[in-house]
Design a protein around this ligand. Structure first.
Ligand code: ADP
Ligand code: MG
Length: 296
């Protein structure tokens, strides 16, 4: 559609930070890739920040990933999936993870700038409605200060959120209709995508390390039963505010040891506990750490 191309050409030439907003299957990722490709073609240093922890483009599930695109071939799916930097969100769903999502997206935009990107394209999750959707996106705009926000909507579904952004911020807010060729996915398809992506991340060869119970954030309560951490997803800290990748914990009942399993070659400096447990087939089941710890 003509109006898409007009927006893509305009932002690819002049914008510094573009934030894409829209519900599930509204064409955010496709348009984000289009903006990135047009920016690269225009000779700009472009970075893709993938702040959708569920349906990933850059990095493994449950993360915000950042990739600097230096050449057109970096845009091919297999290449784009490899992050230059990532932040662990803790879950494949934004529910209950608004803080790490917003902070993580801001950190990844900063990392992109540090790497020399002058156009940063930020793709997001489909959580745009309700109080949490608005709070998430409001604070994302507050921290990222995009100069262009592109909203993809069916009918007027995004108007409440776009209205909030227009009133509170000076970003140029562009509204586009969802493209008629967008192919909607089912809840089951999206769940299957997440499982396939998680299983692919945890493909052999895997490293195994013994872990001490003192390395966690949040820290474990006194007398905590370590068996409860079995199959919990964790983020592996690089000790410098970033993450080297994901792992999961395994409780060895026979030897009474806790192990970390991960494809990352180097052992972590510390571990951030996730809010999902990896079940059979790498399906992620939600865990509330407050319930697990029996605290507030
Ligand atoms: N402009 C378009 N033309 C044709 N197909 C599209 C277009 N935009 C998106 N799609 C298809 O629709 C589906 C959902 O698009 P996607 O960009 O992944 O949406 P979102 O990131 O908002 O969930 C994908 O299969 C994608 O290939
Ligand atoms: Mg997407």
């Amino acid at each position: 559609m003509e109006q898409y191309q007009v927006v893509v050409d305009r932002v690819a030439g002049a914008a510094r930070c573009v934030l894409l907003l829209g519900g599930i299957d509204s064409g955010k990722t496709t348009l984000a890739r289009g903006v990135v490709a047009a920016g690269v073609a225009a000779g700009r240093a472009v970075a893709f920040v993938d702040a959708d922890p569920g349906q990933k483009t850059v990095g493994p599930p449950a993360t915000v990933g950042m990739r600097v695109i230096r050449a057109a071939e970096d845009l091919e799916a297999g290449s784009l999936a490899r992050p230059d930097a990532l932040v662990f969100v803790g879950s494949t769903s934004p529910q209950g993870q608004l803080l790490p999502l917003v902070v993580g997206a801001a950190r990844m935009v900063q990392r992109a700038r540090d790497e020399g990107a002058d156009l940063v394209v930020v793709d997001t999750s489909g959580l745009v409605s309700g109080v949490y959707g608005q709070i998430l996106k409001y604070h994302k705009v507050e921290l990222l200060r995009p100069d262009v926000v592109i909203g993809l909507q069916r009918g007027e579904e995004l108007e409440p959120l776009l209205g909030v952004i227009r009133r509170f911020f000076s970003a140029d807010v562009v509204s586009l209709p969802v493209h008629p060729d967008v192919h909607p996915t089912s809840v089951e398809e999206r769940a299957a995508n997440r499982e396939v992506a998680m299983a692919a991340y945890f493909a052999e060869p895997l490293q195994r390390w013994r872990v001490r119970p003192t390395v966690f954030m949040p820290s474990l309560p006194a007398l905590f039963d370590l068996a409860q951490l079995d199959r919990l997803l964790v983020g592996m800290s690089d000790g410098d505010g970033g993450y080297t990748g994901l792992g999961y914990l395994e409780w060895g009942a026979d030897e009474e040891v806790l192990r970390l399993i991960s494809p990352v070659a180097e052992g972590p400096k510390a571990l951030k506990l996730g809010s999902v447990r990896l079940e059979e087939g790498f399906r992620a089941r939600r865990v509330d750490l407050r319930n697990l710890f029996g605290t507030d």
